[in-house]
Structure formats: C-alpha cells, structure tokens
Design a binder for this molecule. Structure first.
Ligand code: PEP
Ligand code: MG
Length: 843
C-alpha cells in the first residue's frame, strides 16, 4: 500500500478550517507555514511552489487546487506531508477558477500519486467535495485525503464486520449479478457511513459494484451487511429494504427466463440428416438460421501514448466520462422502448461501471506518471477487465466484456478516431462471427440483416446473450479458438438451441434446416393468431386492448402483438428528445404518421405532460420544491398557451385530415374547472380549423379526480386511469424513490377502491374507462381491472399476449368475484396472493 495512506501524512495541525485567505500567493504562504511548522519543508518551498504556478496550472477542478513544488527542488522537502486550507468563500486560483480546498503537496516519493488517486476519486463525488468545503470537522478532511479506506478491492478489505450489522440469506435465484448490484451500490452511496458486505472470509465495499460482484454471491449464501458512521443505522435499514425488496423482481425475472427456456425446449432441437463439420459452443439464444459467415474484426487497438498536462487530462477525462454516461442513459432509454425494461437495465449497470473508483484511480495514476489520456484510460480498463476475466467466474467474465464495452465508449469520447467499427454495413443474412460482442454491438444490430451470432468468448448469462434472446436471434457463445479458422462468406447453419455452428452444409442439410425453420415459423404464426384474437372472456365480455407507444414506427410491432389501437401516445417524447419546442408542423407530422400507421384504429393522444419526473431544460420552468405536486401536466398547459395552442392545433388538424379515430386526453386533471377551461380552448381551435368534434377525455391520476369521477364524467367523454401516478399520490410514495419502490404497488386496495369509484362515476354517465398505467400490463392486474369494470387496458406492446391469454381463460363473473375479494383485502400483498387462488380456479 502506498505511503499516502499513512495517517502521518495529514496530521490535524496541517489542516486550517475556514482559513482567511486574501489571494493565491497568500494561500501558498499559509500552506508553507503549516508545512514548515510540521517539519515537512524548508521555508524556501514557498518560492518553489510559486515557481510551479508560473510553469503550470495546479487547479485540479471542482474547487480543488493542488499547489506543489518544482520537481528539481525536491531537496526542500524533509518529509512527506500535505497541508489543507479550507477557504469557504473560495480564493481565485486562476481567472474564472476558485479554489475552496487548497491541498498543498510536499512529497518526495510516490505519495504524490497516492494523493492524486484520492483526489481523483473525490472528483467523482461532487456532494462530498461540497461537504468538505463546509465541514467543521477536520477528521472528515483527513478521512477524505489521507484516510485508510483507500482499498477498493474486495481482496484488500479485511473480512471483519463494522459496528452495526444485519445478516441476510441472499434469495435471488440468479445470485448477485450486475443489475441488482448496481442498485445496492447506488443505495450505499447515498450514505456517509462505511458499509461492508461480508460473505465468509471475503468482504466488499458496498459502494463499489465490482467489489460486490467479486464476492461471487449465489442464492442461499449468508451475508453480513455492516456499517459504521453517523448515519450507519439509517443506511442499514434502507439497505435491508432495498436488498429484500429486489427479491420479488429477481424471482419474477428468473421465472420469465425459465418460461422462455421451457418454450424453447418444447420446440425441440433440429437433427441434421447428414454428418457435417461443426463447431460447438454454448447455447445462448434458441432458434435455427441459415446464412453466410461474416467475421467481425475487432482488431487490436493501437493507442498512441501522447502525454498531456495533468489538469487538462483530468478535465477531459471527466468530460468523456460524463458524455459516456449520458450516452448510456440515452441507450438505456432507447433499449427500454425497443426491447423492454430488463434489457435497458444492462446499460444502466454499464453506467455504474464508470463509477468504479478503482478504475478512475488507476487511470489517474498513469496520468500522473506522465502518460497520455487515451493510453492511460485504455490501460486501466484492460488491467481491470483482465483481472476480472482471470478470476474464472462466468459472471465476472461477463462484466469484463461490459467493462471493455464502456471503456471503448469513453475512448471514443476522448478521441473519435478510436471509436469501434460499427456493424451497420453487414450483408443481409449474415451469421456474425466475432471474438466477442459487446452489449452495445448487439443492441445496435439490425435484425433484418443478421441471421445469427457466434462468438468465441462469452457465456450464456452475458448481457449480449440476454439481448440476443430478446431480439430473437439464434446465438452460440463460447465457441472458442476454432472460429478463427472460418472463412468469410461460407454458408453455414447456426443452431442456437443446440449451441452449435454447422459448416459446409449439403443440399439435403439445407433443405432439412429450411423445413425446420418453416415449421417453427408456422408455430409462431399460430401463436400470433392467438394474439390477434380479441380479449373476450369465456362468457363473452370484451375488454378493449390498446398499446402505449409514442412513435409511428412502433405501431407495426404493437399490432403484431395483438394491440387493437393505441390507448396512450405520450407526446412528451417530442419535447424531451430535442433542444427546442417542436413546431405545430413537427407535431402534426408525428400525430399524422401515427394515425396513418394505425389505419383507422382508435388512437388516444395525450397532451403534453411535463413536470414531475419529466423536465425539459429549454422550457426554463421555475424550480419547484416538490415538482410532482407542482405546475405539472394540464396545470402547466393552462398556464402556457404557447405550449397548449400549437399542440391542440396540430391535433385538430390530424383529426380533420387523418384516417384514425383520434381522441385527446389531458393529464393530471384535479378539477372540473381545469377540464372546462381546456374544453373551451379546444372548441375555439376546432372552430378556427373547421375540424370535426373529437372525444376529449381526462386522465385520472390524482385521488381527488377519482373521488369526483361522477362530477367529472359530466364533462369528460372518457377516462383513462394513470395508475403510476394514482399510486404515487394515493400512497404518498414518490414513483422514482428506489427505496420505497417495493411498496408502491398499484394493486394496493386503496388504489383499487379509487379505480372502483372512477368506474362507477364514469358508467353512471355512460362514459368508458381505460387504464394505461403499468398495472394494465400485469396479467393478474388486468384480470382485477376487468373485474372492476374497466373497459379498456393499454400497455407496453410486449405485455399484450399474456394479458389477452389471461382474460380469454376467464369468466367475467369470476373476475368480478376476484375484484370484490381484492377490494376487501387488507393490503397489496393479500391482493397479489389472490393470483394463486385465481390460477387454481381456472386450472
Ligand atoms: C400513469 O401515470 O400511470 C401514466 C400512464 O402516465 P405517465 O406514466 O406518463 O405519468
Ligand atoms: Mg401519469
């Protein structure tokens, strides 16, 4: 361990809290005085530090400056030490740069690198830096700059527990993998306390996802979570809720994966008629495909080592990391929309890898040694990935691939010339052969051009394998070095179910494979036909099924899943994905395209719902203490006619020109007065445009609206219940709060009672009621909602087949009885438990 962790480096007397500092020279003078008094330097060190300021910029960023002496004047240093001036108002270091923490470094040895390691770790934690700039406790500064908790690796952590603790047996069927580990680490980081997770003799820092993964935790492992520090008790209580709260999701995910595996097994494995040469690997995604081999050349990355100034490098690295994180956030959003929330989580977990302090520290060390930025970053990524891959654990090997993937993303930000080659230019019908594929490569694949995937490395639990399954691409992983001998362009058959790549197939092999593929396609077609049937209960009650989609391009997929129309088109995306407000014309085009894609099927378009969790920077809305309770949704539209009027004009023009049966609904309505004001504007715009009347509905998202449904139904043509918001407002649980997420269940009887009241109010006036919140896509939730009398359910397209199947197996009377029991249940868990009762009844 390097000398910087010696507590002697920063004794209390080298810290001056709330220092009165006139200017930079004064700060350097005071710091030298402290260092001289402690016997670290000779007085001439002050002049050496001033000379260093002439030669280079020692402002590190984020309010931290690191004055130090000239390299060739090290003889002025008698022993290593650092002096810290906390300057609460800041002191101008260079033009436009103010330092709140002046960390004067006197170091002859590698202590300098050590201090920078700590500082660069700190740079990633702005809240902590701000706290250090204000603290009255010198101990906090000592801990941050010269503390002894620098060992980020599990292997270095002593396997002893901290002062407070709890034990827990991990019950995630797939063990602790990257996605839950991301949530553990993110929770731990919200507290100041040190938090440790121990299993047997090994312990990990709970803030560090890689450190957690290195424990290799499996279902059934006993863990001890311990903490120490001022908020240790809170931290442990919160972690306990998060750890246990994730269990049900983990179990549901494992069940879904198992169902998929069973369905694939039912389809059987193809038996080729002849004996072919083959390469064996591991099945990663089922299915059979014929295509031509296309090798993806990764090519070793040649990265020149071009030294740059440390401060500039630190800034550039910080920027590159920020941009890469933003890209991953956007990719997670896009993947979520295209493939679903679970797959989106892959990229959220990748973003977490970029928070690994050990990685950033390693890169910083190379920088401090004088290496170039791209070179330093690449070395740090390779070293970390290499040590993960070497541990012989499949989950960690998968993270090594993820780490190289995000590492590459950051490299491309540092120097665009280092961006990875894309897979866009593939010939149609390619079987992609690669050493390994990153999740980024896989998520970006054009399924029209790629018939299948075969990789030399990787395992079935890799993120690439998960994405391939979602994309429905046959995939074989871990096929080893034999792939290197294959020739580009050769015809081959990939059998994802058997985990095998067949080479040089004969005409008879090809014919048999084609027949098998055709039979499989016919089976899928039968399943598609079942999805196309209406959601009609056995006793003849129909529930309308809509899709929640925002783009016309998503309509074809939604219809293929069995959607009968669109029950919720959120229009925020038009505003959220750009730098300025879309014009009336832009909006008209988007609505018109959706209407055309639906070919006359019902389309419910929701007006802009900005505010709450959906903030649009360029609208310059005032900051609110509680945005969910503030000027949000229709409240904003009523106050900003420049947003409302163009949108309504675009909607009425679509109604006038389009073929679809369009309806408009307003979000976050709390009173009849809001609805009447909106109706009046609609009437005026409709008259101006000579457009037809269209149904005007409202979302029921607030308890007051649900309770007043009878009144509101006089003026609204229909209701659509936004259970996501209705749940948060009913249970007083911020829908974004990860700690409370397990309790924010839309099947809570209180929410169900409000839904029942909404249905009663609507039906009394002959209005229909839909539900477009997440619970509509849960088969048990859908059954209960139908039993409560809801007329329409609108959901993510992928959820439609299971919901339709559930409703088609049921009798309306049974669903009504189920709903009555749910309304009388004491809590959400009891309502969930009714699923098992209902399953027995229909079995
Ligand atoms: C809801 O609140 O349930 C809803 C569908 O709207 P959003 O999720 O867009 O707030
Ligand atoms: Mg809502």
């Amino acid at each position: 361990m390097s000398t910087f962790t010696e507590p002697g480096l920063l004794p209390r007397e080298l810290i001056r809290l709330d220092a009165g500092v006139v200017d930079k020279a004064d700060a350097i003078r005071q710091a030298t005085a402290l260092l001289t008094a402690a016997g670290c330097v000779r007085p001439a060190f002050e002049a050496s530090m001033l000379r260093r300021e002439q030669a280079s910029n020692t402002y590190l960023g984020k309010g931290i400056a690191i004055p130090h002496g000239m390299v060739d004047e090290r003889e002025l240093i008698q022993r290593d030490g650092i002096a810290v001036l906390q300057v609460r108002g800041g002191v101008e270091w260079n033009e436009g740069q103010r330092a709140q923490l002046v960390v004067a470094i006197a170091a002859r040895s590698d202590a300098h690198i050590g201090i920078l390691r700590r500082l660069t770790r700190l740079m990633a934690d702005e809240a902590r830096i701000a706290a250090l700039g204000r603290t009255d406790d010198a101990g906090e500064l000592i801990q941050a700059l010269a503390g002894i908790d620098a060992a980020p690796q599990a292997a270095e952590a002593p396997a002893e527990d901290l002062a407070q603790r709890f034990d827990w047996v991990l019950d995630y069927p797939s063990g602790l993998h990257a996605r839950p580990a991301t949530e553990w680490a993110a929770t731990a980081r919200r507290f100041a306390a040190r938090i440790r997770v121990r299993h047997g003799d090994e312990a990990a820092d709970a803030r560090n996802m890689i450190s957690l993964l290195q424990l290799g935790l499996k279902a059934g492992d006993l863990l001890t979570v311990s903490a120490e520090g001022s908020d240790a008790a809170d931290a442990l209580a919160t972690l306990r809720i998060v750890l246990t709260g994730l269990s049900s999701r983990e179990k549901a995910d494992a069940q879904k994966a198992e169902d998929k595996r069973r369905a694939a097994a039912r389809a059987g494995v193809w038996q080729p008629p002849g004996t072919m040469q083959s390469v064996d690997g591991v099945s990663a995604s089922p299915g059979l495909a014929i295509g031509r081999l296309h090798r993806l050349q990764a090519g070793p990355l040649e990265i020149a080592d071009e030294p740059i100034e440390l401060v500039a490098a630190a800034d550039q690295l910080h920027d590159a990391l920020t941009r890469a994180r933003n890209e991953l956030r956007a990719l997670a959003d896009a993947t979520g929309r295209r493939l679903g929330a679970a797959d989106a989580g892959i990229f959220r977990a990748q973003a977490e890898l970029l928070n690994d302090p050990a990685l950033i520290t390693l890169a910083s060390q190379h920088l401090v040694e004088g290496h170039g930025l791209a070179w330093s970053w690449h070395q740090a990524v390779e070293a970390t990935a290499g040590s993960l891959a070497a541990l012989g654990n499949a989950v960690l090997a998968g993270r090594a691939t993820d780490l190289r993937d995000v590492g590459q993303r950051v490299l491309a930000q540092i120097d665009p010339a280092l961006a990875a080659p894309t897979t866009n230019e593939l010939p149609a019908g390619s079987i992609l052969v690669a050493e390994d594929l990153t999740p980024t490569d896989t998520a970006g694949l054009d399924a029209e051009r790629v018939a299948g995937l075969v990789t030399a490395l990787g395992g079935p639990t890799s993120h690439t394998a998960i994405l391939a399954r979602t994309l429905g691409l046959p995939a074989v992983v871990g096929a080893g070095a034999a792939l290197a001998r294959l020739a580009d362009g050769d015809e081959a058959i990939v059998d994802g179910s058997a985990g095998r790549l067949y080479l040089q197939p004969s005409a008879a092999d090809l014919e048999s494979a084609r027949a098998w593929i055709a039979a499989e396609a016919a089976r899928r077609e039968r399943a598609a036909q079942a999805r196309a049937l209406p959601a009609l209960t056995r006793d003849g009650h129909a529930v309308a099924i809509g899709a929640n989609i925002n783009l016309a391009e998503q309509a074809a997929f939604a219809l293929s899943q069995g959607a009968e129309g669109v029950g919720l088109m959120r229009t925020e995306f038009l505003f959220l994905e750009r730098g300025d407000s879309p014009s009336e014309e832009d909006q008209y085009r988007a609505y018109r395209a959706m209407a055309e894609a639906l070919e006359g099927r019902p389309l419910v378009i929701r007006t802009l719902d900005i505010g709450g969790d959906k903030q649009v920077a360029y609208l310059d809305l005032p900051r609110e203490e509680n945005p969910f309770l503030g000027v949000r949704g229709s409240r904003l539209l009523l106050r900003r006619p420049e947003l409302l009027v163009p949108q309504l004009r675009a909607l009425y023009r679509t109604a006038r020109d389009g073929a679809a049966a369009i309806s408009v609904m307003f979000p976050m309505i709390t009173s009849a007065a809001e609805l009447l004001a909106l109706r009046e504007t609609c009437g005026r715009i409709r008259a101006e445009l000579g457009a037809p009347e269209i149904p005007l509905g409202i979302m029921i998202e607030v308890p007051s609206a649900a309770l007043m449904a009878d009144e509101l139904a006089r003026d609204a043509d229909f209701f659509s219940i936004g259970t996501n918001d209705l749940t948060q407002y009913t249970l007083a649980i911020d829908r974004q709060n990860p700690v409370l997420a397990p309790e924010a269940d839309s099947l809570h009887p209180a929410v169900l009672k409000l839904i029942a009241a909404t249905v009663a109010g609507a039906h009394a006036h002959g209005r229909w009621v839909g539900v477009c919140g997440g619970i509509a896509g849960d088969p048990h939730g859908a059954a209960l909602l139908a039993g409560l009398g809801v007329d329409e359910l609108s959901m993510t397209p992928r959820d439609i087949p299971a919901v339709k199947e559930r409703l088609r197996q049921s009798e309306l009377t049974a669903l009504q009885a189920l709903a009555a029991r749910a309304l009388a249940a004491p809590d959400a868990a009891a309502v969930r438990a009714l699923a098992a009762v209902a399953a027995e009844a229909t079995a």
